[in-house]
Design a protein around this ligand. Structure first.
Ligand code: NAP
Ligand code: ZN
Length: 360
């Protein structure tokens, strides 16, 4: 493949620039052209040099950024995909452990996998790249050309709810018809992942609350309203407003906040840890809290990434949500920058949820 324009960093030291790159060793039966790529905290962390686990692909002194994307097929060597098809490439590529060999690199057990735009594999922020059809999922709904960029962050949500279904199978929700009616999901954090978890909690039938330690802007409240989600600013009257949690999903990564909310989880509840913040201060675990977890059968689980089937489920749900709540879905994307912009990674204001880069 000839030289293409790309947004590159030097991992793990950081920095970012837009330049022509010549990447040779990549094989695959498809050539993809990104339409949009999404920016998340991981990208900003890599650029800031704050993520020591990021590294350049072998033989390169740079790393092409980007792991969230929606792309168009521009060349296909196989009948299964045709020029013009919309697809989303997967981020994780398998290492050699058993889980990776079984296509479950989301559950990689020795850390030997690679992640596009993060660890040892070039990402998607470039004019075009060669890709194996094994690592892409098809997007049949053409109205998802823009919202489809949310597929990658949404696949994390699908994986977490798969784990939820396994854990809740231990007779957690014994309503006569096995519905979740009257059960409460609380999502800590009001970023893009927080929204996507809340949408799925609503799909499951939970009364759903998003919460943060401050109030949120009108734009966020409007999206919540369209999906029937409540908001609680927990800095006010915590003990009165925060109660009866059956499912707690944390996207803050803040230990003391997690512990504070976990104390409000009811019998047989589940706490999911999703957010990560290595720089957050420690939280203190008390004996009374351990008693609470044990005596109430509370499960605490971590969840990372997702498998191909979770990408496929993410595509279905984004399609559904894009048709049911088009305004809310498009409002999640609060900024769009051209790939040629001086600094597309610059953090937006407090109202920004998801910024995307246009490659059109
Ligand atoms: P984000 O936009 O930065 O969202 C994080 C949210 O948490 C923000 O709304 C932030 O609020 C809020 N928050 C921070 N501290 C809080 C506290 N003490 N109490 C309540 N809310 C608090 O990030 P994102 O893209 O949605 O991702 C969420 C997290 O998931 C990140 O930590 C990310 O690294 C992690 N992640 C995990 C996986 C995985 O596979 N497990 C995958 C992708 C991302 P304000 O900023 O408004 O104050
Ligand atoms: Zn592995």
């Amino acid at each position: 493949m000839e030289q293409v324009m790309a947004l590159v960093t030097n991992a793990p030291s950081g920095g970012v620039n837009s330049r022509k790159v010549n990447i040779t060793g990549e094989s695959g039966d498809l050539v993809l052209q990104p339409i949009y790529t999404g920016i998340c905290g991981t990208d900003r962390g890599i650029i800031a040099g704050a993520l020591p686990f990021a590294y350049n692909p072998q033989g390169y002194d740079f790393l092409v950024m980007g792991h969230e994307s929606i792309c168009r097929v521009v060349e296909s060597d196989i009948p299964l995909f045709r020029t013009g098809d919309l697809v989303v490439p997967m981020v994780r590529r398998p290492g050699r452990c058993l889980n990776c060999s079984a296509g479950r690199q989301d559950n990689c057990s020795d850390g030997d996998k690679h992640e596009a735009g993060i660890t040892g594999k070039h990402g998607f922020m470039r004019e075009q790249f060669r890709e194996s059809s094994r690592y892409v999922v098809r997007v049949d709904d053409s109205s998802m050309e823009r919202t489809g960029v949310l597929t990658e962050p949404t696949k994390n949500v699908m994986k977490l709810f798969e784990v939820f279904n396994v854990v809740s199978g231990r007779s957690i929700y014994p309503t006569p018809e096995y519905s979740l009616q009257g059960k409460h999901a609380w999502i800590i954090g009001t970023g893009s992942e927080g929204f996507l978890f809340s949408f799925m909690a609503r799909e499951q039938g939970f009364d759903t609350v998003m919460t943060n330690r401050h109030s949120v802007d009108e734009g966020r409240l409007k999206i919540m309203d369209q999906f029937g989600i409540d908001f609680v600013d927990y800095s006010k009257d915590f003990d009165i407003t925060v109660k009866d949690i059956d499912l707690l999903i944390d996207t803050s990564g803040d230990p003391s906040t997690i512990l504070r909310f976990a104390q409000k989880v009811r019998f047989n509840g589940i706490v999911f840890l999703f957010g990560t913040n290595g720089r957050a201060p420690d939280g203190a675990l008390s004996g009374a809290f351990v008693d609470h977890l044990v005596e109430k059968n509370i499960t605490i689980a971590g969840s990372v990434d997702g498998a191909k089937r979770h990408y496929e489920q993410a595509v279905s749900y984004i399609s559904k949500w894009t048709h049911e709540h088009p305004d809310a879905m498009s409002s999640l994307i609060t900024g769009e920058m051209p790939a040629t912009s001086a600094d597309p990674f610059k953090r937006g204001n407090s109202e920004s949820i998801k910024t995307i880069i246009s490659w059109k």
